[in-house]
Design a protein around this ligand. Structure first.
Ligand SMILES: *[C@@H]1O[C@H](CO)[C@@H](O)[C@H](O)[C@H]1NC(C)=O
Ligand SMILES: *[C@@H]1O[C@H](CO)[C@@H](O)[C@H](O)[C@H]1NC(C)=O
Ligand SMILES: *[C@@H]1O[C@H](CO)[C@@H](O)[C@H](O)[C@H]1NC(C)=O
Ligand SMILES: *[C@@H]1O[C@H](CO)[C@@H](O)[C@H](O)[C@H]1NC(C)=O
Ligand SMILES: *[C@@H]1O[C@H](CO)[C@@H](O)[C@H](O)[C@H]1NC(C)=O
Ligand SMILES: *[C@@H]1O[C@H](CO)[C@@H](O)[C@H](O)[C@H]1NC(C)=O
Ligand SMILES: *[C@@H]1O[C@H](CO)[C@@H](O)[C@H](O)[C@H]1NC(C)=O
Length: 416
């Protein structure tokens, strides 16, 4: 029964992808995206004059490929900026998998199945290789001649708004995610790809990959030098933050908060538990340092970044083996000591040490208790202290954070 279901889903996903490819092919006969190219070095580095039979040994080039692995409301936009702000050597993408998740969930209703994790992994691989064709096949409406006005949060990626990637403004095209730093027209993926190939390092932030394990083939790919940074946050704070940011999706939680009763076997609670377990399993895998992840995994708590942003940023740079530029440092100084508190939901500017404790006054004790019950092992692993009363929850003198060091290795890479 289960197998039949899985095969059915695979067929649907395949049909969707084929259908999308067909759309593209019929519109642009000269430039056919080849899905097989994902598994082949052939598209790699052609623009830099390296021919297709040559596989570049990534160890020699010193290129790094960073995955910022997070879940929503863990401060990942903020931490992503640490890398986005690096400057000319960095090609940073903000949630490109948004398109993949949307397409897969529209067509199958199951956004987080094993199928999506394969799609996520393969799209990440091609993006790290500066090939946008597989991402294009998930963008709706489909790009025309590799040009789209619809790339999710384009403006959050400095590299996609640079002069070389900027096309002339088109008056009658609406661009929801238009560049802020300069006036640009729709995104031309050919230009994006060229720019990407010129950048030494790549970083992608995603809240969509659920299991570290699902990235294994990517981590082992010899064309890449992957560094995974998993960002975690107190699940009680995450819930409190989501109830504000995604208010309409959290109506059930709000009514429970109002009633003071939480049906512990409700689907919503199970989902929270499932999420916590996936985060913990990924972290346990990473911290256990299996061979394939050796020197490639780092765990960071949002709370530590909020309290010691510069130190943590330096550690992350040290871990990735990328020089920490003064430009990136300045951005951090400017955006962590700023007196203006975040206004927008996705705003990255905040007084971080103040923000970090705010949730304690907004979450009802009852909900904090439920999170503790279903996310207990996750909280213990990351060093988040439990509260046993409303008084403890809101007593500022009691810290809910254990000081904890998570092991990771600096890159002892003096060859490049
Ligand atoms: C890889 O690309 C080369 C050159 O385009 C081609 O000859 C070869 O068949 C491809 N291999 C696979 C597995 O697609
Ligand atoms: C491509 O690179 C390989 C290995 O360096 C070389 O032997 C071959 O002649 C090159 N082919 C072309 C068309 O430049
Ligand atoms: C998804 O993958 C996990 C681990 O690889 C496996 O245990 C599970 O049965 C898979 N689920 C489906 C629906 O195939
Ligand atoms: C996109 O940019 C490439 C490279 O400059 C150019 O050849 C192509 O014509 C552009 N596409 C469109 C639709 O303008
Ligand atoms: C940020 O918040 C902390 C803790 O409330 C406070 O001590 C500090 O003065 C604030 N900094 C600025 C610049 O507002
Ligand atoms: C907060 O906790 C501290 C330490 O346990 C305690 O001394 C203090 O009385 C508490 N404050 C309130 C308002 O309960
Ligand atoms: C971290 O490494 C130290 C020294 O190698 C070891 O004693 C400690 O148990 C490790 N901690 C974790 C959480 O693995």
């Amino acid at each position: 029964m289960r197998n039949k279901y899985v095969i059915f889903i695979i067929c649907i996903v395949a049909l969707v992808i084929i259908e999308k490819e067909n759309n593209i092919i019929s519109r642009q006969p000269q430039q056919t995206p080849d899905p097989l190219s994902l598994f082949n070095g052939s598209i790699l580095y052609d623009n830099e004059g390296v021919n297709s039979t040559q596989i570049v040994d990534v160890d020699q080039t010193g290129q790094k490929h960073i995955i910022l692995l997070a879940t929503t409301r863990t401060g990942s936009s903020f931490v992503g900026e640490f890398f986005n702000q690096l400057g000319t050597n960095m090609f940073y993408l903000f949630e490109p998998l948004w398109h993949v998740e949307r397409t897969l969930s529209e067509d199958t209703g199951i956004p987080n199945s094993n199928i999506s994790s394969i799609a996520y992994r393969d799209v990440l691989l091609s993006l790290f290789l500066c090939d946008f064709s597989s991402l294009e096949s998930f963008i709706s409406p489909a790009p025309l001649e590799h040009v789209t006005p619809a790339l999710f949060r384009r403006e959050s990626s400095m590299a996609l708004c640079e002069e070389q990637v900027c096309t002339p403004v088109q008056k009658n095209v609406f661009e929801r995610y238009r560049c802020r730093t300069r006036r640009c027209g729709p995104l031309n993926f050919t230009l994006a790809s060229k720019s990407c190939l010129k950048k030494k390092h790549k970083a992608i932030k995603t809240v969509r990959v659920r299991q570290l394990e699902s990235l294994r083939l990517l981590v082992e790919d010899p064309r890449l030098d992957i560094k995974v940074i998993q960002l975690v946050r107190d699940p009680r704070a995450v819930l409190a933050s989501r109830m504000v940011a995604f208010s309409s999706k959290y109506q059930t939680w709000k009514s429970w908060a109002a009633n003071g009763e939480v049906p512990i076997d409700d689907e919503e609670v199970k989902r929270l538990q499932g999420n916590c377990n996936q985060i913990r399993e990924s972290a346990e895998l990473g911290l256990s340092q299996p061979e394939w992840l050796e020197n490639r995994y780092m765990l960071v708590r949002y709370e530590d970044i909020a309290r010691y942003p510069m130190q943590k940023a330096a550690e992350m740079y040290g871990f990735t083996g990328i020089p920490f530029t003064s430009h990136a440092r300045e951005w951090i100084i400017k955006n962590t000591h700023a007196s203006e508190v975040a206004s927008g939901v996705y705003s990255t500017q905040k007084n971080s040490s103040e923000q970090v404790e705010k949730w304690r006054y907004s979450i009802p004790f009852k909900l904090a208790q439920v999170v503790q019950e279903v996310c207990g092992p996750t909280m213990e692993l990351f060093g988040y202290r439990f509260v046993d009363s409303e008084e403890t929850l809101v007593n500022k003198t009691i810290s809910l954070l254990e000081e904890k060091q998570f092991n990771f290795s600096y890159v002892a890479d003096f060859t490049s």
